[in-house]
Write a protein that binds this ligand. Structure first.
Ligand code: P5A
Length: 469
């Protein structure tokens, strides 16, 4: 799988009924039923966490050209990626309308109308919508799409810089909770100046390491300072009667959360889904013969109900096909627990259960704490997924002290940490000499303790270098 992760990923999406990429527009795929359930469970998780202190809203998809063009830095960053609507039927529109590539320029003119006084602050809204980016790099389902179908974007405005700085930390904590719940390991780094979000003061980014060693940016948090507030005139009257500009943050996640959950946990047999987002946490497979069929099915239904009452998602695969084929299918689809039940099991009051990660047969008593025992297995499975993924992650972050070493380590599937003075020229030189990207600042160094990998100046930071998706 490591050798051809790209192919594995492409195939599993189709085989497991997640997406179908044959839709006749590049970079746009269909969410299939099994994938749609994973997507719904993932958005439910994100919503649950964001609803704690944000309000959900829904803005229109189209942005007038004049608004999009207002913030110079921002528009420059996106100008090659915007899809335009130019006609209404046969009639050319007076003003071109952009399909949102992201919604700052859609939301902030409205913030300017809504925010009047310090009592209107903070404002913390989020939406989960589709956004459109005419990506020119190689597109891949879920990873680099032109219609980002599941774009969670949060936009906040605050009275003070301190509050905005704190909000960045709160977004970071939320993202950690989301990734930790799904057992997705990450590095968190501050993007270099030349790679920050267009219009942001700075960008904090989460990256996951895929099985081929390439990193995937799975979430970003931007401190926007007052740049957009100036452009869109978002002001408020403070307690002292003075009119001031707000400070802003925004934070985004996409379909890549699902891509990384699939990528970091999958194996040669298929998916291993985190229980939180798996469409079914338990799949019951009845072993049916003519004799005793009714009793077995009745017991399966009874168990399903008991599991559901305990808050678990359960399905019974009663298709008229060989049990072996069913086992194969559910291994491919990554259901955390398979439970098999045949007439002889019923007679003996037993069932055979299998965790998707270990695939070892475990015999459990049907009427001795079965629900509890299964819940324990799900917890063990969840912990093990996370542990194995973090082990892989930690083993693949290595330190290098020369450019040749950086190249060699990355070619062998690693992400590499180097000492860096923080100077843009040196940073870009690292990219030029290695052919790989500076992800960003991972750690600050004590003054004078280390030298920069390029300039021999004192290093201020440990920077991460990687081959990226
Ligand atoms: C934050 C939310 C923004 O757009 N505006 C509102 C800010 N940031 S971002 O970094 O440009 O995008 C947020 C996250 O979206 C994912 N992403 C993509 N996923 C799939 N296909 C794409 N073409 C794509 N482009 C961006 C990344 O995970 C990014 O961090």
């Amino acid at each position: 799988m490591v050798e051809n992760f790209s192919e594995w990923f492409h195939d599993i999406l189709e085989e497991a009924n997640i997406t179908d990429s044959r839709y006749p527009i590049k970079g746009m795929a269909v969410w299939m039923p099994y994938g749609f359930q994973i997507r719904r469970n993932t958005t439910d998780l994100v919503k649950e966490i964001y609803d704690r202190d944000h309000d959900e809203v829904l803005f229109p998809l189209l942005i007038p050209e004049a608004e999009l063009a207002k913030e110079g830095l921002h528009v420059k960053g996106f100008e090659d990626e915007v899809y335009w609507v130019t006609h209404g039927g046969q009639t050319p529109l007076n003003e071109k309308l952009a399909l949102r590539p992201t919604s700052e320029t859609s939301i902030y003119p409205m913030y300017a109308l809504w925010i009047r006084s310090h009592i209107d602050l903070p404002i913390k809204y989020y939406q989960i919508v589709n956004t459109f980016r005419y990506e020119t790099k190689h597109t891949r389902p879920l990873i680099r799409v032109r219609e980002i179908t599941t774009f969670k974007e949060a936009h906040t405005a605050h009275a003070t810089k301190e509050e905005a700085d704190e909000e960045v930390e709160k977004h970071i904590a939320k993202y950690k909770e989301i990734f930790d719940t799904l057992g997705i390991p990450y590095t968190l780094s501050k993007r270099p100046e030349w790679d920050k979000f267009p219009g942001a003061d700075y960008t904090m980014a989460f990256d996951a390491i895929m099985p081929d060693g390439k990193t995937l940016q799975i979430g970003t948090i931007h401190n926007l300072g007052q740049t957009f507030a100036k452009t869109f005139d978002i002001t408020f009257e403070d307690k002292d009667g003075e009119h001031k500009l707000v400070y802003q943050t925004c934070a985004g996640l996409s379909d890549r959360v699902i891509a990384s959950a699939i990528g970091v946990h999958g194996d040669e047999k298929g998916l291993c889904l985190p229980p939180e987002i798996s469409p079914n946490q338990i799949t019951i497979i009845p072993i049916l013969f003519k004799k005793g069929k009714e009793e077995v099915l009745a017991k399966c239904n009874q168990l399903k109900k008991e599991f559901e009452d305990a808050g678990l998602r359960v399905n019974i695969d009663d298709r008229d096909i060989r049990p072996g084929k069913k086992f194969y299918d559910w291994e491919l689809k990554g259901t955390p627990i398979k439970l098999e039940l045949g007439p002889r099991d019923l007679e003996n009051n037993k069932t055979i259960v299998m965790r998707r990660d270990e695939l070892e047969k475990i015999e459990l008593d049907l009427d001795e704490n079965l629900v509890n025992n299964i819940c324990n297995l799900i917890n063990q499975y969840e912990e093990n997924l996370s542990k194995c993924a973090w082990n892989f992650h930690d083993e693949h972050v290595k330190f290098a002290s020369s450019i040749d070493e950086v190249k060699e380590l990355i070619e062998n599937g690693n992400v590499v940490a180097v000492n860096w003075c923080g100077d843009t020229d040196c940073g870009q030189k690292i990219e030029e000499l290695t052919g790989y990207s500076v992800l960003g600042i991972y750690e600050e160094l004590e003054k004078g303790s280390k030298k920069c990998i390029i300039s021999d100046e004192d290093a201020k930071y440990v920077a991460l270098i990687a081959k990226t998706y």
